[in-house]
Design a binder for this molecule. Structure first.
Ligand SMILES: C[S@@+](CC[C@H](N)C(=O)[O-])C[C@H]1O[C@@H](n2cnc3c(N)ncnc32)[C@H](O)[C@@H]1O
Length: 307
């Protein structure tokens, strides 16, 4: 048992910790948590989800989803087999820390575990432990796979990274008991909605330029057609009286003539908010860009037009 507050157990591209206060302001004013179903179709590391669970502890139900099978396997393992997972993580952590400053040996160990992970033949909790191990020890906490779904991120340069955060895994496991954990396309979450559900969407962001692309979390690309399919899904939710909040990149901030999202979501409420990116390897490029927060609610700060 643990009294600790559950927090994200992974580093993940686009982690939303720095956007939370803006998301909080965009929440419906009349949340009745005992009746609310909260749905997050692109869960990633779940920063907003954990924040919601901690701030609305009486939430009736939560539904989380992601297309990344290895990620969802890890959530499911934490929910159902936390003790087993912790014991494997402890071994990985002890072995990795024992290598200390011997960089070559650390590398050998890392690539051996990466190869093992890529066989995807280990049983569920071992596979989940390897997923967490790689996330904690790899370069910048990236998750990137090639077309064959092989994880291909090199080792990072952390001295003694925490690989087994036992207290947090137990806290996350408890928090997940009220969540339905799904793996698949975002559209399937609608089947799990109750009356007036609240959806938060954090899809892979549209790249700010052709080369700045970092949206390869999974083997299939999330291109403009996917962004349009997501907007159509949001319109459908609106018709069905669900509330939604969505974040995405502000492509207009980079190119004033780029009205992709302004046109796509013209019927909804678009705000521009500050957000720091934290997955860029180059610290200079982590600067303060704007991001979009779009919602189908009308009672929040009105659309701020050009910048
Ligand atoms: C930007 S990340 C989410 C970040 C997360 N909210 C956080 O705070 O860390 C986008 C996620 O969408 C997932 N994804 C990509 N295409 C998807 C699809 N069609 N349906 C559901 N999830 C998808 C990716 O695997 C990735 O985990």
């Amino acid at each position: 048992m643990t009294n600790k507050i559950a927090k994200p157990f992974l580093k993940w591209a686009g982690g939303k910790t720095q956007l939370i206060s803006d998301i909080q302001k965009a929440l419906p004013k009349d949340i009745s948590e005992e009746k609310l179903t909260y749905i997050e179709p692109f869960i990633g590391s779940g920063a907003v989800f954990f924040w919601m669970l901690n701030n609305f502890p009486k939430l009736k139900k939560a539904v989380i989803n992601d297309i990344n099978e290895d990620l969802i396997n890890t959530y499911q393992t934490i929910a159902s087999r936390p003790i087993e997972l912790i014991s494997i993580l402890e071994i990985l952590q002890n072995e990795f820390h024992a290598l200390e400053d011997r960089e070559d040996n650390k590398k050998l160990y890392y690539y051996e575990k990466r190869d093992l992970y890529n066989t995807r033949k280990e049983e569920q909790s071992k596979q989940a432990a390897l997923f967490i191990f790689l996330n904690r020890t790899c370069f910048n906490g990236l998750y990137r796979v090639n077309r064959k779904n092989e994880y291909n991120v090199p080792m990072g340069s952390y001295k003694k990274p925490t690989i087994c955060d036992k207290e947090n895994i137990l806290a996350v496991s408890m928090a997940l008991q009220k969540a339905e954990i799904l793996c698949g396309d975002f559209e399937q979450t609608l089947e799990y909605a109750a009356n007036n559900s609240l959806f938060y969407f954090d899809p892979p962001y549209k790249p700010l330029s052709e080369t700045s692309s970092f949206n390869s979390y999974a083997k299939d690309e999330f291109n403009d057609n996917e962004q349009i399919r997501l907007k159509n899904f949001c319109s459908k939710l609106d018709t069905l009286n669900h509330t939604w909040i969505l974040s995405n990149s502000d492509v207009k901030g980079r190119d004033v003539n780029n009205n992709f999202f302004d046109d796509l979501y013209a019927d909804f409420n678009i705000q521009r908010v500050d957000a720091r990116r934290n997955i860029n390897a180059n610290p200079e490029k982590r600067g303060s860009l704007k991001e979009l927060l779009i919602t189908n609610q009308t009672n929040i700060q009105k659309y701020v037009r050009a910048i």
